[in-house]
Design a protein around this ligand. Structure first.
Ligand code: ADE
Length: 252
């Protein structure tokens, strides 16, 4: 069978797949290590892209073109935008928007679907909606999933179980570490999280007609403390995302 492609951006994200993955071989292409093997007994290729959209697009293209993956699953962390969510909560993208693609007009970025020339009258903020049938499958598979509890340090209050929610995730080539930007992105896009690769994977996968899933657990809240929260919570958040993606590998 054609393999599943598992994509992470950074070592902290990919680290949690070790226990589930039996490596059978590895190929380095364009400096990226593609590890071929079995994820819980299913053919898979696991790869770390490094940060940002170009890395992610390159790797997604190679997974589809050279490794013939039948579906792409992204597992990683993000900054939270929705004030209802806290560090450790998980967002599964039902739509991905590249928030830094578009035209700067009177001090604001007007965003467009990549590939569309930014012209007045074209629809904005199209994004890449996730395949609806696959989204239903994902919801079914994750209903009631047991994730490691969040520490009191992570929640800033009582220890609790992470929530799993669905919504728009933003992608851009910037780590957001700024309160006013966080507020602007949330208000403008009604998005729940921001990261740096998902929208690029979705763009490539859509071109190939291949389904994709992006799972992001919140390592920080993209505000003024995100540079401190990120190193504190990246491991725990990445573990939740990986646990979810391993579960999804069984249903996609
Ligand atoms: N990934 C994790 N936290 C992030 C943030 N605050 N901005 C962009 N990408 C992130």
């Amino acid at each position: 069978p054609r393999p599943i492609g598992i994509i992470c951006a950074i070592p902290e994200e990919i680290a949690h797949f070790g226990a589930h993955f039996r490596e059978e071989g590895a190929d380095t292409v364009a400096g990226f290590a593609f590890r071929r093997g079995q994820l819980d007994g299913r053919a898979a290729v696991v790869v770390e892209t490094g940060i940002g959209k170009v890395n992610a697009a390159t790797v997604a293209t190679l997974l589809l073109e050279r490794f013939r993956c039948r579906v792409l699953l992204f597992s990683g962390v993000a900054g939270g935008l929705d004030p209802d969510l806290g560090v450790g909560d998980v967002v599964v993208a039902d739509n991905l928007v590249q928030h830094d693609y578009g035209a700067v007009f009177r001090g604001e970025v007007k965003t467009y679907q990549p590939g569309n020339f930014p012209m007045p009258g074209l629809p904005e903020d199209h994004g890449y909606p996730m395949d609806r049938a696959l989204l239903d499958k994902v919801r079914g598979a994750l209903d009631g999933i047991d994730l490691p509890p969040l520490s009191a340090a992570a929640t800033g209050g009582e220890a609790r179980r992470p929530r799993v929610v669905y919504g728009t995730i933003l992608t851009g080539d910037q780590f957001v570490n700024c309160e006013s930007t966080r507020t602007r992105l949330f208000t403008r896009f009604d998005a729940r999280a921001v990261e740096m690769e998902g929208g690029a994977v979705a763009q490539v996968a859509e071109k190939y007609g291949t389904p994709w899933v992006v799972v992001r657990a919140l390592s920080d809240l993209a505000g003024q403390d995100s540079h401190m929260d990120f190193p504190s919570f990246v491991h725990a958040a990445a573990e939740s995302a990986a646990r979810i993606v391993c579960r999804l590998a069984g249903v996609v």
